[in-house]
Design a binder for this molecule. Structure first.
Ligand code: GRF
Length: 199
């Protein structure tokens, strides 16, 4: 059985969607660790309520790599095969990336490479795009940057607010993150440069 490690900093709705699919047997893996860099992350509490191994590793005041060494040590100790960032509000160090080559995923609430960084849904709404969406990609040391595994689009409506757009996107996030996890865990893809090819 493959082992998933989840890193989060906040609400944790993507984590919960993944955990639901694991519980339902739609992802054949187990969640071996849920780690938050913030003690007050609601996602951490939800993980505990589900009886999953959850812990807080506070990042405050630590240098990037020093922090990442702590996280990697826990992930290795828990024998994690695949790391899923689920609203983890930190850039990973080259050290972290090297320790899990092509084994770290992230979800971003826009169609990359548009609208990197924070509040991507708000950025897209403000820009006036007619279509936005979400992206699951491999993680490298650059922000929202690695090869793209799955993307899906949603329309932007005339009467949307950033909040209604974000809700439409979030629903798709919850679907495609698990889809991408299955593609990677079941060895259905190969990476050619920036391109992820379905085998
Ligand atoms: C999501 O919008 C995700 O795309 C972004 O951070 C947010 C996390 O939300 N990376 P949640 O904590 O999973 O509810």
């Amino acid at each position: 059985m493959k082992r998933i490690g989840i890193l989060l900093s906040g609400r944790g709705s993507n984590f919960e969607a993944i955990a639901d699919n694991v519980a339902a047997g739609k992802i054949q893996a187990e969640i071996a660790a849920v780690i938050s860099n913030r003690a007050d992350a609601p996602g951490l509490e939800r993980a505990r309520q589900r009886g999953l191994p959850a812990l807080c590793l506070p990042s405050k005041g630590l240098e990037r790599e020093a922090y990442d060494r702590q996280v990697v040590a826990v992930l290795k100790e828990r024998q994690v095969d695949l790391v899923c960032l689920a609203g983890f509000m930190r850039l990973l160090s080259p050290y972290f990336i090297r320790e899990f080559p092509n084994r770290i995923l992230n979800i971003h609430p826009a169609l990359l490479p548009a609208f990197l960084g924070l509040e991507a849904q708000h950025q897209a709404w403000e820009y006036g795009v007619k279509v936005s969406g979400c992206t699951v990609h491999f993680v490298d040391e650059h922000l929202d940057h690695g090869p793209i595994i799955v993307q899906t689009s949603v329309p932007v409506m005339n009467d949307d607010t950033p909040e209604t757009l974000a809700a439409r996107i979030l629903k798709e996030e919850h679907r495609i993150y698990s889809e991408a996890i299955n593609l990677v865990l079941n060895d259905c893809i190969r990476i050619e440069g920036r391109r992820v090819i379905l085998k």
